[in-house]
Design a protein around this ligand. Sequence first.
Ligand code: 1VU
Ligand code: MG
Length: 360
Amino acid sequence: SHKSPKDFFAPLAVGAPAPVREIPFRPSRAIHFFDPSNPKMVDKIPQMVGTVDVLLGNLEDAIKADNKLAAREGLVQIAQATAGLGGQSGPTQLWTRINALDSPWALDDLTTLVPAIGDKLDVIMVPKVQGAEDIHYVDRLLAQLEAKAGLTRPILIHAILETARGVANVEEICGASPRMQGLSLGPADLAADRKMKTTRVGGGHPGYLVREDAPRDAEGAYAYDADRFRFQQDLWHYTIAKMVDACATHGIYPYWGPFGDIKDTVACEDQFRNAFLLGCVGAWSLHPVQIEIANRVFSPSVEDIRHARRVVAAMGDGTGAVMLDGKMEDDASLKQCLVLVELADQLAAIDPKLKELYDG
Ligand code: 1VU
Ligand code: MG
């Protein structure tokens, strides 16, 4: 953007809250999606508060066109009626995913939700973001609505990376507004937009692989039909890594999105862990069984924390090089360890069970 740094942190509407200069880290291991127009799901929301870092009232895809209004109104009711949900005070953040900006619903989503529950809404997820212009539009509209509603805290924006153009513009999207909280990788829409040939929602594909060289027979001829190791590759590696770099550059947070094979909790865990290892802070949960997976995977293991703390202790003032268990540790590896220790401290502060594990 061609704004001066000073303008970047000026409110975009008279009376709107001042933009934040830093996006505070708040645990968001699982962003749990629910349909606010589905009574069975809504019933379960109050008891989920405190067990999941983020509850997200979904208004976009997966909500039937006929239910769009009921979902929007249902979300207002849930936000108003549920203690401990959203608005900094509670243990569980409240997010929403609004409809796409070119849909018939997005404008009413924003003009209804901000006045009614703007004080509870922590983050608004915007789908199908193509470039900075989409963020600028929502940014100004939110400022106007916040000013009108007398809100004192800016609502943050989270963009879904799920179009080829969005991926091409990922840097400018991350830097488009001080409201930018993070990005999620949306593997289903992204696959469709790119014309990838997988019909799965996240995860691998058995056809995307590399194969061991063919062995040679006694005469030195290649035996192409022999059994050869095949190594399945990760369809999402490039995009996750690109997203993580863009988010880290701009001081915002990257997330894996959905994993559609609800029953395959093993592969879901693999997908989440790949994202965790590459730098993501959380993932979406589409079904209650996925919350526990995300909470576990996006919390560092007790073994990693034990090791990291030993490195911290061995490194003293943090400079120089030492040997620990036959391995070199120095200023840089200390920083790697501090990433884990800081995350463990932040999670222990909100999760007594984890605190006990990490302290034990
Ligand atoms: O036991 P009950 O019948 O009272 O309740 C069911 C069910 O209603 C409930 N439940 C949920 N509760 C809260 N949040 C949820 N996300 C949720 N999902 C289900 O739990 C009880 C057991 O459910 P189930 O195992 O019988 O599962 P169902 O067949 O009812 O539902 C499965 C789906 C996948 C349809 C459901 O979980 C769902 O709609 N999840 C959310 C999907 C979503 O938000 N998709 C959009 C994000 S992904 C994307 O945009 C691109 C791919
Ligand atoms: Mg999508």
